[in-house]
Write a protein of this length. Structure first.
Length: 201
C-alpha cells in the first residue's frame, strides 16, 4: 500500500502547489483512478466479483457505456464472455466464440491493445453480440489480459458517453489499466472455468 500512498501524495502536492497544468492534472487524476481501481481488483478474492469489478471500473474510468471481460479457454480455441456490464449485461455472459474471430480475437492473437473508432468499418468486428442485445456498438477499445507473457483474456470497453469516440489518450490510459490489473485479474478470473483451471496445472 505504500506505493499507492506515495503516488497520491506526490500528485496531491503537485496539484496543490500549481506544479501541474490543468491537462496534466486531468491525466494524473485519471491515472490515480486507474491505480485505485487496479488495487481494488488486486484485493479481491472471488473470481466473478473480481472480473465484474474489473469491467465496472474500466467502464467508469474510461466513461464508457459498457465493458466486458472475456477469457480464453485452456486449448486457446474459444473466447468466452465471463462478465458484461452495460447493454449486454445478463444477455451474453457465457457466450463463447472462435478465438480467431472478432476484435477480441485480434487482440488475443497480437497481444496488443486496439482502439476502433467505427466498428462498422472494421472487418474484425463480431456483430453477433449486437444482434443478441439489440444495442449498437459504435466504437470500442480492447486490451489483453496477460499472465507470464501469455494472453489469457481480453477486457473491452464500448461507446464513450462523453465524446463521439475514444481518443489516443483514452487508449493509453486503457493500456495502463490493463497492465496494472492483468496479473491480479488473471490469477483470480482464470479460476472461473474448469478448463482454464486445468490449463494452469
Amino acid at each position: 500500500m505504500g506505493m499507492w500512498a506515495g503516488y497520491r501524495g506526490v500528485w496531491g502536492w503537485a496539484c496543490h502547489t500549481g506544479e501541474m497544468s490543468e491537462a496534466e492534472q486531468v491525466d494524473r487524476g485519471a491515472l490515480l483512478a486507474l491505480m485505485q481501481a487496479s488495487q481494488a481488483v488486486a484485493d479481491g478474492e472471488d473470481a466473478i466479483g473480481v472480473c465484474r469489478l474489473l469491467a465496472e471500473r474500466a467502464a467508469a474510468v474510461l466513461a464508457a457505456e459498457g465493458a466486458s471481460v472475456l477469457l480464453l479457454d485452456a486449448a486457446g480455441k474459444q473466447l468466452r464472455f465471463e462478465v458484461v456490464t452495460g447493454p449486454g449485461e445478463g444477455i451474453v455472459e457465457g457466450m463463447a466464440f472462435d478465438a480467431a474471430e472478432g476484435i477480441a480475437g485480434q487482440v488475443t492473437r497480437t497481444g496488443r491493445a486496439v482502439r476502433i473508432d467505427d466498428v462498422g468499418q472494421n472487418g474484425n468486428f463480431f456483430p453477433d453480440v449486437d444482434q443478441r442485445t439489440k444495442a449498437r456498438t459504435r466504437s470500442l477499445m480492447a486490451a489483453p489480459l496477460s499472465q507470464r507473457g501469455r494472453v489469457i483474456g481480453v477486457v473491452e470497453v464500448i461507446n464513450p458517453t462523453d465524446q463521439p469516440r475514444f481518443t489516443d489518450r483514452d487508449l493509453e490510459l486503457f493500456r495502463v489499466f490493463a497492465n496494472l490489473t492483468a496479473a491480479a485479474a488473471a490469477n483470480t478470473c482464470r479460476k472461473l472455468t474448469p478448463s482454464v483451471r486445468r490449463g494452469s496445472a
